[in-house]
Design a protein around this ligand. Sequence first.
Ligand SMILES: Nc1ncnc2c1ncn2[C@@H]1O[C@H](COP(=O)(O)OP(=O)(O)OP(=O)(O)O)[C@@H](O)[C@H]1O
Ligand SMILES: O=P(O)(O)OC[C@H]1O[C@H](OP(=O)(O)OP(=O)(O)O)[C@H](O)[C@@H]1O
Ligand SMILES: [Mg+2]
Length: 334
Amino acid sequence: MSGPLILAVPSKGRLQENAHAFFARAGLNFVQPGGARDYRGAIADVPNVEIAYLSASDIAGQLASGAAHLGVTGEDLVREEIPDAATRVKLLQPLGFGYANVVVAVPKAWIDVATMADLDDVAADMQRRHGRRLRVATKYVNLVRNFFAWTEPGDRRGARTSVSNYRIVESLGATEGAPAAGVADIVVDITTTGATLEANALKVLEDGVMLRSQAQLVASLGADWNDGARAAVRTILTRIAAEVRAREVREIRCRFDEGVGRTLVDLAARYDARAPFGPPPPGTPLVLHAPKKAVFALVEALAAAGAGTITVATLEDVFEPNPRLVADLFGALG
Ligand SMILES: Nc1ncnc2c1ncn2[C@@H]1O[C@H](COP(=O)(O)OP(=O)(O)OP(=O)(O)O)[C@@H](O)[C@H]1O
Ligand SMILES: O=P(O)(O)OC[C@H]1O[C@H](OP(=O)(O)OP(=O)(O)O)[C@H](O)[C@@H]1O
Ligand SMILES: [Mg+2]
């Protein structure tokens, strides 16, 4: 077989805009030969790639089945829709957008209920007194089953307790409204600002954060990884890796007096900064790539060690040989 590499990209919803911006920053410009309503596209200068525009949840499904090779979707959807995720997909890169938590939320009116252990008591009580099970409205059926079944030993407040005596009420929209509507007792849903929970008078349990999710770049392990698809993914991941690396680091350049060059390189290593072009010959500035977080501490240390003028700059792309992203995927594909 020799089909093209299928890259699945959100066509609507929360992730769409950020996903497009992410690929554009990596120099991957999408073209839609059939116009804006065409759900298939291509990348301007990378042959053998077909873009599939899909909803975020369809993307998780297509990656699981191998219908798409590479895609962007929420980690919540990967964990929910692909129970055996480790054998079917590889999460290559968290993308720094689409942050949201999957949480257990109960009516604020339940003032005595603050933890999963409390919730288990409520569920047991309902069963005993009314002969019915606690109703949980959610679209995250698999995540709920796993989370509610899991116990972590420890004292009552310090640990997680499993919840039994519940049943799931599947809800595909407006989930937070289910308790007020009387169709469920509590909800499990995704939240970012908490505004929707607040508007529905719900509160998150103290130990009720089931998953901290963000958008992920995901590869399918079961797709048709023919030679053409492998060549295309190498090009795509190399550009993405260069962009990701550039965002992680700052370039520091400094003047230094003869003799201290070596000392400065050693000093930089203590801040996880590297001299990508090696120690400079006399008379040329030292160039370092430093983790963003370490920049100001490193600048101070360099100045104290005798550096002259120091400049800090952001970089557009940092291409390194054998980027981790490429190695990770090819390692997983074998
Ligand atoms: N409130 C939110 N804030 C940030 N990211 C979110 C939020 N809600 C969802 N997401 C992330 O975006 C993904 C897709 O959600 P989104 O709401 O865009 O699509 P959907 O619910 O599948 O479809 P629809 O367009 O019908 O809402 C979620 O699975 C999650 O990873
Ligand atoms: O914590 P907040 O910032 O208020 O966000 C939470 C809301 O966002 C999502 O719904 P969405 O708007 O995607 O609608 P949907 O239920 O149709 O998917 C989620 O299902 C919540 O309802
Ligand atoms: Mg939604």
